[in-house]
Design a protein around this ligand. Structure first.
Ligand code: ACO
Length: 438
């Protein structure tokens, strides 16, 4: 369980405004990250801080995930992502994120049992899918269905009741694969598959997406491990856009289903989770139209062109994203298993090689991020392009929930409400429409 100690140091930052001086405490995290605590700044000085995009702003203290973007380090609850990707399962990693420590065998069995008990959807939820156009993006459908869970489980929407939060936690992790798979099957015109509780989390997801009543479903270990690894790598990434959304919405005491629905919507954007779809579209574009990675690179570097090398660059990583290294290896394994030449993988590696030796990308510290190789794996498994980001959402759900719980279980947290510097018109009087010029 979280401790969330406020780590004040003996150092202070001194701020001088109009000849008057204030001292601001400096706090230090367990990995030596330092921050100036400005919590009392407005009360003391009447001034606020301005930080577009929050690039220098810590919104919370958190015990969950540590990132050192300069060194390319990612750890969940102290465990390196490389070790978890190699040895852990997705549900074990979810337990770690939620409760702070790796589970014992009994704890893991209990947790897995709780999750598999909640994989079914209320039968009436299926009617919702018919209200959407066939071409609806599964992120929009999934966010709507996740939000609607609050109407099916009104007995467990109190954010301050730990038992209700616990059961909602199980439900969200358990039901999201079913919710996304039904959206996928509906768009394909295929019959829906009920979840199979004898399969692992990743196997069940693949079965629900690809199983057909007319034939036996065969589990493929390489594919399952690739998906399991993708889910583990995506499980948390501290205060990213969707997790901050989860905390922001939850801070109003909106229920956990409403908060998760908003987080799914935030993840959808192409500058965040939607980048995995954008990467594969870019690779196809290069393969089919441009014919050359270099032409595309030149467009990405041109300040008069809005093209970006998708899957490159990260707000926090200024070095190789450690998740991209792991996924590159799995992309090769999946290709070997399929016995395919992997044209898209070749283009991706060519782009990576060009970028890592190009002054533009080197100077801006732009390296492959987690989405650069994930889309290649998804596509190789037969997942349609608009199904990539829902997989990201499945992976991120335990992280969202861990952060939401951390926020609610820490009495120091309050409504998240940033301020602004107003730059619009100053006071003016209403002019009747007939008297306005132009
Ligand atoms: N291709 C080309 N140029 C880029 C790229 C890119 N992928 N990313 C950043 N740059 C350039 C910018 O044009 C800017 O150049 P300038 O200084 O000459 O103006 C400079 O690098 C800094 O870019 P910012 O946008 O200020 O950096 P920021 O930290 O805000 O952006 C982001 C990070 C949004 C991820 C960006 O790198 C990007 O758009 N990447 C492509 C989309 C992507 O892959 N998103 C997934 C991120 S991972 C995730 O969310 C799971």
């Amino acid at each position: 369980m979280t401790t969330l100690e406020a780590p004040v140091t003996s150092d202070v930052a001194t701020l001088t405004i109009d000849g008057q001086t204030w001292e601001l405490p400096i706090i230090e995290g367990s990995e030596g990250e330092r921050a100036i605590d400005v919590s009392t700044l407005r009360g003391d000085t009447g001034l606020i801080t301005l930080d577009l995009g929050y690039a220098n702003t810590g919104s919370t203290l958190s015990d969950i995930t540590f990132i050192d973007g300069e060194a390319g380090i990612l750890r969940y609850r102290g465990y390196p992502i490389e070790e978890l990707a190699e040895h852990s399962s997705f549900l074990e990693t979810a337990y770690l994120l939620l409760y702070g420590d790796l589970p014992t065998k009994d704890q893991l069995n209990y947790f897995e049992e709780r999750i598999t008990n909640h994989t079914l959807l209320h039968e009436d939820i299926r009617h919702m899918y018919r209200a959407f156009p066939l071409a609806a993006h599964p992120m929009a459908v999934s966010a709507a269905v996740v939000g609607a869970l609050s109407t099916f489980y009104p007995d467990s929407v109190d954010p301050l009741d730990r038992e209700q939060v616990e059961i909602s936690t199980y439900r969200l992790i358990a039901k999201l694969p079913t919710i996304c798979a039904v959206a996928f099957k509906y768009a394909m015109g295929h019959p829906f598959n009920y979840p199979r509780n004898d399969l692992s989390y990743a196997e069940n997801m693949l079965y629900m997406m690809f199983g057909l009543p007319t034939e036996e479903y065969e589990v493929n270990d390489t594919f399952t491990r690739a998906v399991e690894t993708l889910l583990i790598l995506h499980a948390d990434h501290e205060q990213n856009c969707s997790t901050s959304t989860m905390r922001m919405v939850g801070s109003s005491r909106a229920n956990i289903y409403a908060s998760a629905s908003a987080a799914i919507m935030a993840l959808w954007g192409p500058l965040h989770g939607g980048a995995n779809q954008a990467v594969i579209e870019m690779l196809h574009d290069i393969a089919e139209n441009e014919g050359s990675a270099r032409v595309f690179m030149d467009k990405a570097k041109d300040s008069n062109d809005t093209t970006r090398l998708m899957g490159f660059g990260h707000r926090v990583y200024k070095n190789f994203d450690p998740r991209a290294r792991i996924l590159k290896d799995h992309a090769h394994k999946v290709m070997d298993q399929l016995g395919e030449s992997g044209r898209l993988l070749e283009i991706a590696m060519e782009l990576e090689e060009l970028a890592l030796n190009d002054d533009y990308f080197v100077a801006r510290q732009l390296y492959p991020n987690v989405d650069f190789y994930s889309g290649i794996i998804y596509e190789s498994l037969g997942i349609p392009t608009n199904g990539f980001t829902p997989f990201f959402a499945l992976g991120r759900m335990p992280g969202w929930l861990a952060h939401w719980r951390e926020h609610h279980f820490d009495p120091r947290n309050k409504l998240n409400r940033p301020r602004q510097i107003y730059t619009g018109e100053t006071l003016r009087s209403y002019v009747p429409i007939g008297e306005r010029g132009g």
